[in-house]
Design a protein around this ligand. Structure first.
Ligand code: NDP
Length: 329
C-alpha cells in the first residue's frame, strides 16, 4: 500500500480506503464489519469513510463498535463523517451552523471517537450562506472536534466561494472534496476541478470507483440476486442500469472485461488501477459487502505495472469520454 498526501495537506492517506455506504447495517453485520475493517487495516488501509446519512446513523454505530473491538491506536487511522442528511426535521438537515455542529457531536458519539479526522459537507446547501458553513467548520477545527473539513459533490464554483470566504475572514478553508470518479464519470475530477488542485491544494477522496459494481463485470450477464441492485430501497440503481445510459455502461464494461483478460487481470483491478493512475486522486474508497470482495480488490495493487500508456489508450478507446480540450491530468 502506498500513501498519498491529502491534497497539499500533511495528512498521509492510504491509496485505497474503505467505506460503508449501503453495506454497513444492511448487508454487513457487526461481525462482518470487524473482519472487513480488520482485513483493510492489516493490508495498510488507514482511512474509513462514513456519514450521518448512511443507514440513518446505523453505519456509524456499527463502525464505532468495530473500532472498539479492533482497538487500533487512535493515531494510526483516519475516520470521517459527513453532514447533510441527519433526520427529517428542518433543523436536522443541511449545512446550517446548528446542524453542522449537532451532526458532528452525534457522529463522535456513534463512532466512539474524540475527534473526526475528516468531516465533509455531504452536498451543497443553497439555503445556507457559505460563510456560515465555513465558520461552523472552522469552529469545530478550533475546538479540536475535527481536523480537516471538506465537501462532497460540490461544484468548482461552490468550492471556490467557500475558499474565498475562508481566506477573507481568516477561517480554515476546505482541504478535500469527495466526488464520484470512475471510468464512466470523470468530468469533475479531470476537468472542472483542475484549477483547484493548485489554487486550494484540493485533495480528493473518490467514491464508487467500480460504479456500484458494474465495473466488476458482475452485471455483464444479468443482475445477481445477492447484489446491491436487488436490495429494497435501491430500485433507482437498478432502474439506472436498465436505462439506455446503463445499457451503454454495460456494453463498455463487457469490452473492458475482455481487455482486462488480455492483459492478465480482472476488470475490477483494471478499473481500480485506472482511478489510482490519476495523481489528483488522494484515495480511492473501496466498498465491499463481503470479505472476499475486499480481498479481491486489494489484489489490484499487485498489477500496477500492467497499466501501461498503451493500455490506458486502449481503455480510452473503449470508454470514449475523455473531457474535451483538457489533458487527463
Ligand atoms: P463501488 O463502486 O466500488 O461499489 C462497491 C460495491 O460493488 C460493493 O458493495 C459490492 O456490491 C460490489 N463489489 C465490490 N467489489 C466487488 C468484487 N470484487 N466482486 C463483486 N462485487 C464487488 O463503491 P461504493 O459505491 O460502495 O462507494 C465506495 C464508498 O464511497 C462508500 O462506501 C462511501 O464511503 C463512499 N461514497 C460516497 C458518496 C458520497 O456522496 N460522498 C456516495 C457513494 C459512496 P454488492 O455485493 O452488493 O453487489
Amino acid at each position: 500500500m502506498d500513501y498519498r498526501r491529502l491534497g497539499k495537506s500533511g495528512l498521509k492517506v492510504s491509496e485505497f480506503s474503505f467505506g460503508s455506504w449501503v453495506t454497513f447495517g444492511k448487508q454487513v453485520d457487526g461481525g462482518d464489519a470487524v473482519s472487513l475493517m480488520g482485513a483493510a487495516y492489516e493490508a495498510g488501509i488507514n482511512f474509513f469513510d462514513n456519514a450521518e446519512g448512511y443507514g440513518q446513523g446505523a453505519s456509524e454505530t456499527l463502525m464505532g463498535e468495530a473500532l472498539q473491538t479492533l482497538g487500533f491506536t487512535r493515531d494510526s487511522f483516519i475516520v470521517s463523517s459527513k453532514v447533510f442528511w441527519g433526520g427529517s426535521k428542518p433543523t436536522q438537515r443541511g449545512l446550517s451552523f446548528k446542524h453542522v455542529v449537532d451532526g458532528c457531536h452525534q457522529a463522535l458519539k456513534r463512532l466512539q471517537v474524540e475527534y473526526l479526522d475528516l468531516y465533509f459537507c455531504h452536498r451543497p446547501d443553497v439555503d445556507t450562506p457559505v460563510e456560515e458553513t465555513v465558520r461552523a467548520m472552522h469552529t469545530l477545527v478550533m475546538q479540536g472536534k475535527i481536523l480537516y473539513w471538506g465537501t462532497s459533490e460540490w461544484t468548482a464554483q461552490q468550492l471556490t466561494e467557500a475558499y474565498a470566504a475562508a481566506r477573507a475572514h481568516n477561517l480554515t478553508p476546505p482541504t478535500m472534496e469527495q466526488p464520484e470518479y470512475n471510468l464512466f464519470n470523470r468530468n469533475k475530477v479531470e476537468g472542472e476541478f483542475l484549477p483547484l488542485y493548485e489554487l486550494m491544494g484540493l485533495g480528493t477522496t473518490i467514491w464508487s470507483p467500480l460504479a456500484s459494481g458494474i465495473l466488476t463485470g458482475k452485471y455483464n450477464d444479468g443482475i445477481p440476486a445477492d447484489s446491491r441492485m436487488n436490495l429494497p430501497g435501491y430500485e433507482w440503481l437498478k432502474d439506472s442500469l436498465e436505462s439506455d445510459g446503463g445499457q451503454d455502461k454495460l456494453r463498455k464494461a463487457r469490452e473492458l472485461t475482455t481487455l482486462a483478460g488480455e492483459i492478465g487481470m480482472s476488470v475490477t483491478h483494471l478499473s481500480l488501477l485506472w482511478c489510482l493512475a490519476n495523481p489528483h486522486v488522494s484515495t480511492v474508497i473501496l466498498g465491499a459487502s463481503r470479505l472476499s470482495q475486499l480481498q479481491e480488490n486489494l489484489k489490484a495493487l499487485d498489477h500496477k505495472a500492467k497499466l501501461t500508456p498503451e493500455v490506458l489508450e486502449r481503455i480510452e478507446a473503449i470508454v470514449g469520454n475523455k473531457p474535451e480540450g483538457l489533458k487527463r491530468y
